[in-house]
Design a protein around this ligand. Structure first.
Ligand SMILES: Nc1ncnc2c1ncn2[C@@H]1O[C@H](COP(=O)(O)OP(=O)(O)O)[C@@H](O)[C@H]1O
Ligand SMILES: [Mg+2]
Length: 310
C-alpha cells in the first residue's frame, strides 16, 4: 500500500549515471531521473531493454558511484562516499533479487548456506541453532521445505530457484528489495506464483519493492506506482491507476496499447500505437517535469505538455 503521507523510504533526485567508454564517447545510461518509493509500497520501473533499468537499480544499491544527483535512503544521503556504518546499513537494509536465479546462485553451495550468506557476513546470529532456525523460517515463508536447505541450486526448478533468491534477500529483513526482472525468465504460470508470493511477503513484512520489468501487464498487478523509462529518461510516473487511466506520454501510450486484452471482443479492436523516438520530433533532453494531477508527472516540453493534455 502506498503511504504517501509518510516520508519516502527512497528518494532519487536528478540521478545521472554515465559510463565513459573512451575520451570521445560517454553512455548516458541514466539521465536526470527522479522518483520516490514509500515504505511498504511497490514501485514498478518499466522500459525496454537498454533503457537503464538495471543501471538505476545498481546505482541505488551503490554498486556504482552516481555521476550526478542524490539518493536518500531511510533519511540518509547515500549518494556520496559512504562511511563504514552507512555501507553496513545499506548492505543489510537494501537487497537485490536478480533475473537469472541460476547465474546468481553459487552452484557449489547448498541452498541453506546461500540463504544464510548475508547472516554469515554480518554476524547476525549467536549460535548455529539460531542460524538454522532463521533459514528454516525463511524457507517456509517462501514455500520451501526445511530439507531444501541441504540441496544444491541445480536440483531446483526455475520457480523454486527464484524462491531461493527471494529467501536470500528476505532473511536480512530489508526495508527495500530491488527485484531486477526477477520473473522475466519464468513461465507465465510461475510468474504469477512468484508475484503473488512477493505480494504476500510484502503484506507480512512491510518491505518495499523496486520492481523492474519490461512487461507493463505484470507491473500493473504488483505496483502501487509506476515509472516509465526510455533511453535513460524517466518519461512518466504516477500511481498505477493514474498511468493506466490517463497515459500522457506517447511512449507510455504505445507500451499500454501493446498489452493484449483478456476480453476477445475488446482485443479484436485493440490498436497498437507505434512509437519511434527518432522520427517523433521529441527531444528527451529538452523535457522537464510537468504535473498532470495528483502524483502523476510527465517529462516533456511546455508545448508538448499543452498538446498532449488538451
Ligand atoms: N558498465 C557499463 N558500461 C558501459 N555501458 C553500460 C554499462 N552498463 C550499462 N551500460 C549501457 O547503459 C544502457 C542501459 O543499460 P541497462 O541499465 O542494463 O538497461 P536495462 O536494464 O533497461 O536493459 C545500455 O545502453 C547499456 O549498454
Ligand atoms: Mg536490465
Amino acid at each position: 500500500m502506498a503511504q504517501t503521507q509518510t516520508a519516502p523510504l527512497l528518494k532519487v533526485s536528478g540521478l545521472k549515471q554515465y559510463f565513459h567508454i573512451n575520451k570521445n564517447f560517454t553512455v548516458k545510461a541514466v539521465d536526470d531521473v527522479s522518483f520516490e518509493i514509500y515504505p511498504g509500497e511497490t514501485y514498478g520501473l518499466v522500459g525496454e531493454s537498454g533503457s537503464g533499468k538495471s543501471t538505476i537499480g545498481r546505482s541505488v544499491i551503490r554498486l556504482y558511484d552516481p555521476t550526478g544527483g542524490s539518493i536518500l535512503f531511510d533519511g540518509q544521503d547515500i549518494s556520496g562516499r559512504l562511511s563504514r556504518s552507512q555501507s553496513q546499513h545499506l548492505r543489510t537494509q537494501m537487497q537485490m533479487i536478480f533475473q537469472d536465479p541460476m547465474a546468481s546462485l553459487n552452484p557449489r553451495k547448498k541452498v541453506g548456506d546461500i540463504i544464510a550468506e548475508g547472516l554469515d557476513i554480518h554476524h547476525m546470529y549467536s549460535s548455529r541453532a539460531e542460524r538454522q532456525e532463521k533459514v528454516e523460517k525463511i524457507l517456509a515463508k517462501v514455500g520451501l521445505a526445511p530439507e531444501h536447505a541441504e540441496r544444491y541450486p541445480h536440483q531446483f526448478s526455475g520457480g523454486q530457484r527464484q524462491r531461493v533468491g527471494i529467501a536470500r534477500a528476505l532473511i536480512m529483513d530489508p526495508k527495500l528489495i530491488i527485484a531486477d526482472e526477477c520473473i522475466s525468465a519464468l513461465d507465465v504460470s510461475i510468474q504469477a506464483q512468484v508475484v503473488n508470493l512477493m505480494k504476500d511477503i510484502q503484506a507480512e513484512t512491510g518491505t518495499a519493492y523496486l520492481f523492474i520489468a519490461h512487461d507493463l501487464s505484470m507491473v500493473k498487478y504488483i505496483s502501487d506506482r509506476i515509472g516509465v523509462l526510455h533511453l535513460g529518461h524517466l518519461l512518466e510516473t504516477g500511481t498505477t491507476d493514474e498511468i493506466f487511466a490517463n497515459p500522457v506520454h506517447p511512449y507510455t501510450r504505445s507500451l499500454l496499447s501493446a498489452i493484449p486484452m483478456p476480453n476477445p471482443v475488446v482485443e479484436k479492436r485493440r490498436v497498437a500505437e507505434a512509437y519511434d523516438y527518432a522520427s517523433s520530433g521529441i527531444d528527451y533532453n529538452k523535457g522537464t517535469s510537468h504535473l498532470v494531477s495528483g502524483t502523476h508527472y510527465v517529462k516533456c516540453t511546455d508545448e508538448e505538455f499543452a498538446r498532449w493534455t488538451r
